[in-house]
Design a protein around this ligand. Structure first.
Ligand SMILES: Nc1ccn([C@@H]2O[C@H](COP(=O)(O)OP(=O)(O)OP(=O)(O)O)[C@@H](O)[C@H]2O)c(=O)n1
Ligand SMILES: C[C@](O)(CO)[C@H](O)COP(=O)(O)O
Length: 229
């Protein structure tokens, strides 16, 4: 199942505190952005990558695409104030049908096998997301006091990629824009259409590099993969 992918890469990395786009930080000498891009560059089912970038990063990103021979980037679009705005800017440039993925550029450890299970599910259902069963107990808190412990057996920790029929995601984004709805993931916009979203189980390696300790976890994941081959 072929697909296109939108990679939102226009964040400021405030929680990382690196003083620059965290996607320019290096893991084993290679920028995070390139680790993520290479997964899709090397996936024969990926027919095109649309990168949402911050204008201040444009020169650095273009230089990296050339240095690492990334050929599948078909468009660079300006990011927006929020992740959702960056993705919407990219989605507006898509004029085809089929399946589109949205994947955080800050998640460099996604693997082709998971992507293919995801696209197959999205082909069947129109919408599918990668997630893993929650390992921690989650509680709702108000004013510093627990108000509810959420039943863990039904909880999943949602990641990206998230995969959709292009027309469905475009409808969801148009409605969210009209309603001024801001979600923390793309699936929540599709759920507002009362459209079912399938869960595809991924793995716990697919972390999002968000805070400084994640860089240490990332190095450990790379070391594990090197040892396991
Ligand atoms: N306005 C934004 C915000 C985020 N992103 C991208 O969306 C992904 C997930 O966002 P997050 O991890 O929150 O990145 P940042 O927004 O950079 O982090 P922070 O919230 O700590 O600033 C990242 O690849 C980020 O580059 C984006 O394209 N446009
Ligand atoms: C989309 C996401 O990665 C799913 O877990 C997450 O919601 C992104 O959150 P962020 O704060 O925009 O990184």
């Amino acid at each position: 199942m072929t697909y296109q992918v939108i990679l939102p890469a226009a964040g400021l990395g405030k929680r990382m505190g690196a003083g620059k786009n965290k996607l320019l930080l290096e893991l084993k000498g290679i920028p995070v952005l390139i680790h993520t891009l290479k997964v899709f560059e090397e996936d024969e089912a990926c027919k095109g990558i649309i990168l949402a970038i911050h204008p201040q990063d444009e020169a650095d990103f273009i230089a990296l695409l050339a240095k690492y021979s990334v050929t599948k980037v078909i468009n660079l679009v300006p990011g927006g104030e929020e992740r959702q705005h960056s993705i919407y800017n990219a989605l507006k440039t898509v004029n085809s049908d089929g399946i589109i993925l949205v994947h955080d550029a800050a998640r460099p450890f996604i693997q082709k096998e998971q992507i293919h299970r995801l696209t197959e599910a999205a082909e069947k259902t129109g919408a599918a997301i990668i997630a893993v069963p929650a390992k921690d107990t989650m509680k709702k808190v108000q004013d510093g006091v627990v108000v509810e412990t959420v039943e863990r057996s039904s909880l999943w920790a949602v990641q990206t990629p998230q995969a959709f029929r292009i027309s469905l995601l475009q409808e969801a984004y148009e409605k969210a824009d009209k309603d001024h709805f801001l979600g923390t993931d793309d699936s929540s916009l599709v759920e507002r259409l009362k459209h079912p979203v399938a869960i595809v189980e991924g793995n716990y390696d697919n972390i999002k590099l968000t805070t400084p300790e994640d860089l240490f976890f990332a190095e450990a994941i790379l070391e594990k993969r090197k040892r396991l081959g």
